[in-house]
Design a protein around this ligand. Structure first.
Ligand code: ATP
Ligand code: MG
Length: 306
């Protein structure tokens, strides 16, 4: 990407990127922000998104061919913030062989018999691939923090469950992310920041429209009563785990077209910083090309098997 485009992209992302959590305040982030763009700009936004998607498709081919870097994209959000549809749209151009999405639900009994990172570490992408976590180990300092009864089921030795547990978990997460970054992983974390009012609107739509009934989960409505506790948990987690090598993007999520644009832009900006290129074929192999060309030419016309 040329330097001027790079600058524009960084300026666009600046309000949403949190690479140092010190002093981070979630209340300063407006879920309805659209960077001054209005709904009449939706068409232009869609065009930009399409360009981003195309760029990502090419970058992913190089990522795969080069086989050096891995990309981990973490998505966290309240229900109905649009995680699934954002992932679907932003990744729509990339080769499915190079991307793997893992959705993390309440842990199974086998998972509870291990440390909390175990199931996520098993799902990490290989080098050359993009791994998407639809929810992640961050649930361990979000839902588990809000619902203490979940912690009680985690079979931890009681002597290890103290007042500093959430701080310690965030430290462990930050350490693992630093370790992964040092091993060649680009880590980008997205909090899709939907407002409580917009969530209510989306739940009502799910109730009103029969084709959306399948998406409606009665328990999600009960979860809303814990909204403030979730926001505090998110704020604390972001504060403690944002880092230049594993930044958070707090993405306004009340307008879906804008959410997609920010997420795509952040992935483009992140991958642009990797030195992605198709690997050069070395001279010895290239020397064989001429011989292969001669052999192919010597075969004469192409024949097809019946
Ligand atoms: P959607 O509702 O769009 O299908 P979702 O991510 O909300 O997507 P669900 O199956 O509805 O998927 O919910 C998964 C649930 O699992 C969430 O409520 C989440 O908080 C919970 N969960 C995820 N990880 C953990 C964990 N480590 N411990 C306990 N609960 C967890
Ligand atoms: Mg859900």
């Amino acid at each position: 990407m040329i330097a001027a485009d790079r600058k524009l992209l960084d300026a666009f992302l600046k309000p949403y990127r949190v690479a140092d959590g010190k002093g981070f305040r979630l209340a300063k982030h407006d879920p309805g922000d659209t960077h001054g763009l209005r709904s009449e700009h939706k068409g232009q936004a869609a065009q930009l998104l399409a360009r981003g998607i195309e760029w990502l498709a090419e970058a992913q081919e190089k990522l795969y061919a080069q086989d050096r870097w891995g990309v981990l994209l973490v998505f966290q959000a309240m229900d109905a913030a649009g995680k699934d549809s954002t992932i679907k749209h932003v990744m729509s151009g990339v080769n499915p062989q190079g991307v793997h999405v893992t959705s993390f639900k309440a842990p199974s009994s086998e998972e509870l018999d291990h440390d909390f990172l175990w199931r996520c570490m098993k799902a990490l992408p290989e080098r050359g691939r993009i791994g998407i976590f639809n929810r992640s180990y961050y649930e361990e300092v979000l839902v588990v923090r809000v619902h203490r009864e979940i912690l009680a089921r985690q079979k931890l030795p009681p002597s290890l469950v103290g007042r500093k547990l959430w701080k310690e978990r965030c430290e462990d997460i930050a350490s693992v992310e630093r370790y992964l970054a040092r091993n060649g992983y680009l880590i980008l974390k997205f909090f899709l920041n939907v407002s409580r009012d917009e969530q209510k609107k989306r739940f009502l739509e799910r109730l009103d429209e029969p084709e959306k009934h399948w998406k409606f989960e009665p328990n999600d409505v009960r979860e809303r009563t814990h909204w403030d506790a979730y926001m505090e948990a998110y704020e604390d987690a972001i504060r403690r785990t944002a880092a230049p090598h594993a930044p958070w993007y707090v993405v306004p999520a009340d307008a879906k077209w804008f959410t997609r644009l920010v997420v795509a832009a952040a992935i483009v900006a992140g991958m642009d910083r990797l030195d992605l290129a198709f690997p050069a074929v070395d001279a010895a192999v290239r020397a064989e090309f001429a011989e292969c060309r001669r052999l192919l030419a010597g075969e004469g016309g192409t024949s097809r098997r019946a």
